[in-house]
Every structure is written in structure tokens, then in C-alpha cells.
Design a protein around this ligand. Structure first.
Ligand SMILES: [Zn+2]
Ligand SMILES: [Zn+2]
Length: 197
């Protein structure tokens, strides 16, 4: 059975060819929070300080509601492209050049999914950006990446799940990739949020 990612208003649906995420991370970066804050300001789910990210194979069997999906970037030089539903402002998925279109990412709780979310996070990343006024609670024994210095990047890249997820695809996608799907959407809107905050 194929798993799906849907937005909270059910206008958008992605049916995936691979059921299980290959990687989970906890991310404390500023940009994740900005993207969740902005989504919330548009009617999406309330933001959290340490979102759980799941990475699934960029291989989509079919999709519905393309007319409600729109790509957004935080800044003109941004590398992440986030696909929101423009009715409910769920985030259906995120592309980044580092994912090499082998995987795409989604935020647990900011879309609905039937993917198996039982894998434990492999690392907590960008911990230096975690807000000082919040309490940082991490699973015991989790790999901690404070920033991406060259030393920490090596440590991060040596995590088997990271290595496997952020490689060039070994086999071609059976369906359409996440990047290919974005190419069928309207032009990316740049939010320029940093200028306003
Ligand atoms: Zn929606
Ligand atoms: Zn992040």
C-alpha cells in the first residue's frame, strides 16, 4: 500500500512510492522556525521550537491539488524551497540542493501523513540557534550538531542514515521526483522575511 502526505485541509495529496522515511532529524535552525512562524501567520499550525524533520525518497507516484501548492523561499538567496498549501498553509515538503533530489523533507505535525514516523531522530542539528529563552530537551544519547563547522559536518555526514539520504539517487525514481513536481507549480515566491524582522 502506498503512503501519502496530505495537507490539513485535504486539498493537496502526494502518494509516495516508498513508504518509509530514511532519516529523521531535530532541527533548531532559525529558518525552520521562520518558515513555521510565517505559515502560522497565514493560518497554518502553531510553530514549535524544535521541529522533527523526516526525509523520504523523492519518488512520487501521483499527486492531487497541484493548483493549491505553491513554492516559497525565505530570501532571494535561500537554498530551501518549501511547498505550502495556499488554503491551509500546511507544508507538504521541502527541497534543498543538498538533498540531491534523492529525498525531500517534511515537518512532523505540519502536514498529515500515513508514513511510518517511528524511526528515532539520528541527530539534533543547528543547536547554536536554539532560542536561549526556551528549554532544550533532547532524547538521551542523540548526536548533537551545534553548527556546521567542517569538523561537525564530517561528524554529521558520517551518520549512516544521513549518508544514505543525502547521496545521489542510486536507482532512478519510478514516478515523478519532488523537484520535477515543483517545476509544474507557479513561480517561487520570495518572502524576504529577514528584511521585516
Ligand atoms: Zn490545504
Ligand atoms: Zn531547520
Amino acid at each position: 500500500m502506498k503512503v501519502e502526505i496530505t495537507c490539513k485541509c485535504s486539498s493537496c495529496k502526494l502518494l509516495l512510492n516508498y513508504p518509509n522515511p530514511s532519516l529523521s532529524l531535530l532541527c533548531a535552525c532559525e529558518d525552520c522556525r521562520k518558515a513555521l512562524d510565517w505559515g502560522f501567520s497565514q493560518g497554518g499550525a502553531p510553530p514549535i521550537t524544535l521541529p522533527e524533520l523526516f526525509y523520504v525518497r523523492s519518488d512520487i507516484h501521483s499527486f492531487e491539488g497541484l493548483e493549491f501548492m505553491k513554492p516559497f523561499q525565505l530570501r532571494s538567496n535561500a537554498r530551501s524551497t518549501r511547498i505550502y498549501c495556499i488554503k491551509c498553509f500546511s507544508i507538504l515538503g521541502v527541497d534543498h540542493p543538498g538533498y540531491k533530489d534523492n529525498v525531500f523533507m517534511f515537518f512532523k505535525g505540519f502536514c498529515n501523513t500515513t508514513c511510518d514516523l517511528s524511526i528515532t531522530p539520528s541527530a539534533a542539528i543547528y543547536l547554536k540557534d536554539f532560542p536561549r529563552n526556551s528549554k532544550l530537551v533532547l532524547p538521551e544519547g542523540i548526536e548533537k550538531i551545534w553548527s556546521f563547522t567542517s569538523e561537525e559536518s564530517i561528524k554529521f555526514r558520517s551518520i549512516p542514515e544521513v549518508c544514505k539520504s543525502f547521496q545521489d539517487p542510486i536507482t532512478p525514481a519510478k514516478g515523478i521526483t519532488f523537484k520535477e513536481m515543483i517545476q509544474n507549480m507557479p513561480e517561487t515566491e520570495v518572502l524576504n522575511l529577514s528584511a521585516q524582522t
